[in-house]
Design a protein around this ligand. Sequence first.
Ligand code: ATP
Ligand code: MG
Length: 568
Amino acid sequence: MNIENKETEGRKSLNFIESIVEEDLKNNKNNGVVCTRFPPEPNGYLHIGHAKSICLNFGLAQKYNGKTNLRFDDTNPEKEEVEYVDSIKEDVRWLGFKWEGEARFASDYFDQLYAWAVKLIKQGNAYVDDQTPEIISEQRGTPTKPGIESPFRNRSAEENMDLFIRMKNGEFKNGERVLRAKIDMSSPNMHMRDPIMYRILHKEHHRTGNKWCIYPMYDFAHGQSDYIEGITHSICTLEFEVHRPLYDWFLNHLYTEGTVRPRQIEFARLNLSYTIMSKRKLFELVQKKIVSGWDDPRMPTISGLRRRGFTPESIRKFADIIGVAKRDNVIDVALLEHSLRDDLNKKASRVMAVLNPLKIVLTNYPEDKEESLTIDNNPEDESMGTREMPFSREIYIEQDDFMEEAPKKFFRLAPGKEVRLKAAYIIKCEEVIKDAEGNITELRCTYDPDSKSGSGTEASKRKVKGTLHWVSTKHALSAEVRLYDRLFNDPDPSGHKDKDFKEFINPESLKILTNCKVEPGLKDAKPESKYQFQRLGYFCVDKKDSQPSKLVFNRTVPLKDSWSKKNK
Ligand code: ATP
Ligand code: MG
């Protein structure tokens, strides 16, 4: 697999779409107007691939002082739902973009599309075919073998009109007739072999109700919707390159001189390693409850990434870094995670959280004493200020940070060894307490009262090998922490011929820890707020399940990428 890692520094040269737009502006094509659109089909939640398309369409308009429409391509009432319309709007807004005016719907144009279909019939450019879809598809031929003309191809315009009106009036059952464009059954481009423009579907539509029982096909609806809206640059993914002659054919037959004529431009869709982006497969994961929903933090959906703790800025930055390609490629998902760490490193406050607590009693610390220690919120950014954190005789550290029989290079706590508690004191392990089964239940340590961080004493400057994070037991808050990892453990889960993509689900993609302890300052942490848990990674407050009485954190990403090492 070709994994591409591209990072461009400094000023970037124009991408090929920007070059086209600048050339059009120079020639004063469309009177210097730039209008793009993002055209999702409301049949699923948006994913990171759509985010790429959103950033591209809205980004172009922003750069050239233009506008971007949000248009729902709702021509298939069988799969579309209002839930998807709402989620798509929310995701586009969250990414930070504002579409022009109200959201639009291809279904708003059904009357105009119908009128254009009538025009094509009258011009002799379209006909009603009485054959079944199966026969029509057989007659299309293959790329090397020309198709066969339908026996209904040469009907008179009057007969076609009569039949088309009756199709519209509901006189026929689903599949009994279709309207086809009359182009060329021996064209080397299969899409030009009399493609279907309208089909009969007796099905209620989420917006037009039962007004229509004929629905336009994508190829007829899409380009004409662009034309109606005055879209100048209609940007789509590469698989539509072969549709472009058809896009232009319809416009050639319907275009009025002096109006904006849209131009279709194709770019390579985003593919990410370790990620599936097919809506059908994502839907399967949701339906089979392999994930908790479209917004499960392991999903590549925008709502999943958001719940995982991604910021809109990190996604926009990622889209910018990968640029716009003309050829299909695969981007390493590590690059997306890198953009995220880069952003969170600047923004996230650093706090202390202990995921697997081990109690320590500081035997020489007075029982009733408590003190408040001052800690930087982000040592890389002083403007983020400081906070107070309580310290007392009993604290928790991470179980992993202690080893009874430590190897030489273990620079954490071990019997007889010293470590520094971050922003606090140096402690020394004096005794290990175990239960009847021999499990370590507690450590007895002493602390050096003169070693307080920042106090300026000799002892405070003393270097010890390890620094540990900690929380005070009586002040700490309990929390649940969900450790998320990549959903798939294969770089190309849908690329295996004999294996289903679900065989590559990472069994370790979610571990739930219910007995975690976090510093008391997180009491009022708002849903979706993001933190760096010192030494552990970036975490955010789960927007659905976290409550003041029971905090729930999602791990966004660990501090370092552990996957690239695994695969070397
Ligand atoms: P479907 O198979 O249901 O059509 P789709 O992923 O093409 O799925 P649409 O809702 O039609 O979904 O997509 C809306 C827009 O997003 C289209 O312009 C499409 O080209 C673009 N898009 C979809 N997937 C990607 C991707 N992986 N990378 C970049 N753009 C994408
Ligand atoms: Mg599509």
